[in-house]
Ligand binder design. Structure first.
Ligand code: ASN
Length: 307
């Protein structure tokens, strides 16, 4: 986007309304979690370890004093380690994911974004599914109450979804709609819904494999309706050194790449569950926007456009 065009859009009432709503999303979600007993921790921006991610992103490192630091792709490992200190933690965590340029077409990828990332000690998937639904309901009510004018500028009418949200097993969705099932189902639905039970080979090694159903993970995605697509992912976690080590190897990676996380696992990390919800995607859905670049003042898109 040219500077002229950007200058005009920054001064437009539309961006003012969107960013006010996003500020309310951050305020209400943080307050909700604090009321639920969560402690907000500082995000990690660079580290020796980060989420390897399942899909291919272009990974970059910074070299400093002979050490190599990765840019955070998600705080998953730090969340697990933080549970040594508090039982429920969250962070507004900036992530850098250098996505392939084709992801520009999805309208929901930024290469720099923020996820509200949380983790709960000893929790099960059903606990964080309920928490995710309550969080979403609270945020929608807060925006409805506090941002009436802004919603009317955007011509967006918000409706509280009904709970519990539908849960669709991955296998069932895949058999009916094929590999693009998440998008197809997103267009077909009028309310948010969960996809649960991803197969082991489709996700990262840290999502816990169901001991009762080998090959099936105790994880989930939340998907927005009306074609807005994926909102969050999360699940129960692997936390035993032996299991994590063999899961890492089965993805073709080496446990050595994940020191010092592996050392923490050796000493003992608690079982947990959690998820991360993208703030810009939530803003896009709540505001009813066509592209993710409209959700933030300084968007960076796949392909590199942005300031
Ligand atoms: N934050 C996600 C989780 O908690 C992981 C991710 O962003 N890939 O599972």
């Amino acid at each position: 986007m040219q500077t002229d065009e950007r200058y005009k859009s920054l001064k437009s009432g539309k961006l003012k309304a969107i960013t006010k709503i996003q500020s309310e999303i951050r305020r209400s979600s943080g307050d909700f979690l604090r009321r639920e007993g969560f402690i907000e921790i500082s995000p990690v921006i660079i580290s020796q370890i980060t989420d390897p991610l399942f899909h291919l992103v272009d990974k970059r490192e910074i070299e400093y004093q002979g050490k190599r630091f990765k840019l955070t792709q998600s705080m998953i490992f730090h969340k697990q380690i933080a549970l040594l200190v508090h039982e429920k933690i969250f962070a507004f965590s900036p992530n850098i994911r250098l996505e392939p340029i084709e992801f520009l077409d999805t309208k929901r990828h930024l290469i720099e974004f923020t996820q509200l990332d949380l983790e709960v000690k000893e929790a099960k998937r059903r606990d964080v599914i309920s928490l995710g639904e309550e969080l979403l309901m609270d945020v929608i009510s807060s925006v409805k109450n506090s941002c009436k004018e802004e919603l009317s500028v955007l011509d967006r009418k918000l409706k509280l979804p009904s709970r519990p949200f539908e849960q669709i097993p991955y296998q069932k969705a895949y058999e009916k709609y094929g590999p693009d099932f998440e998008n197809i189902l997103s267009y077909l639905h009028k309310e948010p819904f969960w996809i649960v039970d991803f197969p082991k080979e489709m996700r990262e090694f840290y999502d816990r494999e169901d001991p009762a159903r080998p090959g099936v993970l105790l994880d989930m995605d939340l998907v927005y309706p009306e074609g807005y697509g994926e909102a969050l992912s999360g699940g129960e976690r692997e936390h035993e050194h032996k299991r994590v080590s063999s899961r890492i190897k089965s993805t073709g990676l080496s446990p050595e790449n994940f020191q010092p996380y592996m050392e923490f696992l050796e000493k003992g990390l608690p079982p947990s569950a959690g998820f991360g919800i993208g703030i810009e995607r939530l803003t896009r859905w709540i505001c009813g926007l066509s592209g993710i670049e409209e959700t933030t003042l300084f968007p960076k898109l796949p392909g590199g456009e942005g300031i």
